[in-house]
Design a protein around this ligand. Structure first.
Ligand code: ZN
Length: 589
């Protein structure tokens, strides 16, 4: 059904070519960021995958950014700041993660690529006299001598300075529509007399000299926001180049933004701005976004720029699932399993094999086949970026099931270290509710390089910090089950944080249990995941006045119409149940 909705959309779209800067390395290579800041590190990937899938973007419109040089950064930022960015401690503070989770070189690659994308987009916008989109950037909190708020350097100021150095003397406008004020941009452009900065935000950080700023009240909503936007656009002097920070944190429910817009309101925002900037070169940037739907705001921006004004993004569309399913369709059984009598079989039959052969996982997947698949899904590239190379898969039996382990070597300044365990799971085919399913006895995703700290506290049950790949791995388990003709994937989450990432696919087998889980997700929504799971484990979550004890029951992801929990019972239990949290230290953004 979803496939048909996307196909219908493809036929309806009359798109306009808009250049889009994108790199897979736009994903910030820090494994704890998703849990700590609530950002979706795959935002740029999701937007590109969606746009290509919906054929709202031709692959010929995709541009690959080049890294800016330190010379480019030097025009805006002080040598002291740039030097400090070579230290994990500085970057860790900027991104609010532990220093052990910062691969400095790879992170600076992302940052320099983002700046390069903004600069190249500006150049092409000037040539085309139209819009260009960069899917990473809008680092508006970085000032010449300070970095902060997820902004190590200021890509807008760096791009403008490079253009100025190249002779561009025209009037530039920065329209900052992120939910937070453009303090860094104001500081960087203080002396640029041909620059105007306008901002609509939902947080009052005091006066910002030189900025036409409107601070809207909390939960202003679509109508009040769009009225203020229209007034701001009316005051904007007509520029020769505009930078638009189309922030994703305007969305209702965002962890840091307070403006309370709907997805439709955010799309109307972009339409208003695009229409005000018609005929003016403009560079569009994502800026913030701390909500699982923040990628939809950016995808909406891309749709507006591609002239797909009203085309909706189906609510159930999951870009990672769609992407992985497409890769899976291209993986032939011979890529994954031994379909023919091999030399190893012959050696084993003759008793020549020097050591016991690894039996295929679930009677199908060979270790080499799994390595090939993980490569195709982009997992090895990502592991390489977060500091692991030379990955290999090992298969054996363990307890009630079959075990898969993925090992890798830590890369870095030192020589290749010892092999480290990164991923381990124990699987079994099992009958649940009269269906054959893939039963996951054990699953662990480990980042042994990273350390626990106050910024990344140990989650209940964790031996080392996680890998930040829970979404990918749960999709891969579903693809394994699908390929083997199984009805679903079942696992038993021992903690709230192990149940939480799969909540959009998995549901508890028991309907009332599912209702209580949904109530818990609802009532803990304001907390970062690490605080929420700690609150549950520490007995700080109360149900009917008593500490709530986590119920470790089976959750299932049905791949075909199965025995879904009774929706009426789920809803009744959800509405009946109210959890309260004994407060911990306040969160800040
Ligand atoms: Zn923001």
């Amino acid at each position: 059904m979803l496939g048909r909705a996307v196909a219908r959309l493809r036929n309806r779209l009359a798109r306009r070519e808009v250049p889009v800067w994108y790199s897979p390395a736009y994903r910030l290579p820090m494994t704890g960021l998703e849990a700590s800041a609530g950002i979706e590190p795959r935002r740029a990937d999701y937007v590109v995958w969606w746009m290509l899938d919906a054929r709202a973007l031709a692959s010929s419109s995709l541009r690959t950014p080049q890294r800016v040089t330190y010379g480019d950064l030097d025009r805006v930022h002080t040598p002291e700041l740039l030097e400090s960015l070579g230290r994990p401690e500085t970057l860790a503070r900027v991104f609010g993660v532990d220093p052990s989770d910062v691969p400095v070189d790879e992170l600076m690659v992302t940052v320099q690529l983002a700046c390069g994308g903004t600069l190249a987009a500006a150049r092409e916008a000037l040539v085309r006299r139209g819009p260009a989109l960069n899917l990473q950037g809008g680092f508006h909190h970085a000032a010449p001598n300070t970095a902060g708020g997820l902004c190590p350097v200021n890509d807008v100021a760096v791009a403008l300075a490079a253009l100025r150095a190249g002779g561009f003397a025209g009037h530039a406008a920065v329209l900052d529509l992120d939910a937070h004020p453009p303090d860094g941009i104001a500081a960087c452009l203080e002396r640029d007399r041909s620059a105007w900065v306008g901002s609509l935000s939902g947080s009052d950080w005091g006066p910002l000299p030189g900025v036409d700023e409107t601070v809207l009240p909390e939960r202003a909503g679509d109508d009040a926001y769009l009225r203020a936007l229209s007034a701001l656009l009316g005051r904007m002097p007509r520029p020769e180049l505009a930078f638009v920070l189309a922030g994703g944190d305007v969305l209702a429910g965002d962890r840091c933004g307070r403006l309370g817009l709907t997805l439709d309101g955010a799309r109307r925002r972009d339409r208003e701005v695009a229409s005000a900037l018609r005929g003016i070169p403009s560079v569009w940037l994502p800026a913030g976004g701390y909500h699982r739907d923040a990628w939809r705001v950016l995808a909406g921006t891309a749709m507006v720029l591609a002239a797909c004004w009203d085309a909706p993004i189906p609510a159930r569309y999951d870009p990672l699932r769609a992407r992985f399913a497409r890769i899976a369709r291209k993986l032939h059984p011979s890529d994954l399993s031994e379909t023919e009598f091999t030399r190893a079989d012959l050696e084993e039959a003759l008793g020549l094999s020097p050591r016991q052969r690894q039996r295929p996982l679930l009677g199908y997947y060979t270790a080499v086949g799994i390595e090939h698949a993980l490569h195709r899904y982009g997992m090895f590239d990502h592991l390489q970026r977060i500091g692991y190379a030379g990955c290999r898969v090992a298969l054996d039996r363990a307890g009630p099931g079959e075990r898969l382990r993925l090992f890798g070597h830590a890369t870095g300044a030192a020589q290749e270290g010892p092999e480290l365990l990164l991923i381990e799971f124990v699987l079994e085919r099992r009958r649940v509710l009269e269906a054959d399913v893939l039963y996951v006895h054990w699953l662990t995703l480990r980042n042994p390089r990273a350390q626990f700290s106050a910024l990344r506290p140990r989650l209940p049950g964790q031996e080392v910090p996680g890998l930040g790949l829970a979404r990918e791995v749960s999709e891969l388990l579903a693809l394994i089950a699908r390929r083997l003709g199984l009805a679903g994937v079942v696992f038993r989450p021992a903690y709230f944080h192990t149940a939480y990432p799969g909540r959009h696919s998995f549901s508890f087998l028991d309907a009332a249990r599912q209702g209580r889980f949904e109530a818990l997700v609802r009532d803990l929504a304001a907390l970062p995941l690490r605080d929420a799971t700690a609150a549950v484990a520490e007995g700080r979550v109360l149900l009917d006045g008593a500490p709530y004890v986590w119920e470790a029951d089976d959750m299932v992801f049905w791949l075909r119409p199965g025995v879904a929990p009774d929706a009426t019972i789920v809803a009744r239990e959800r509405e009946r149940t109210r959890f309260t949290v004994v407060p911990a230290s306040p969160d800040s953004c």
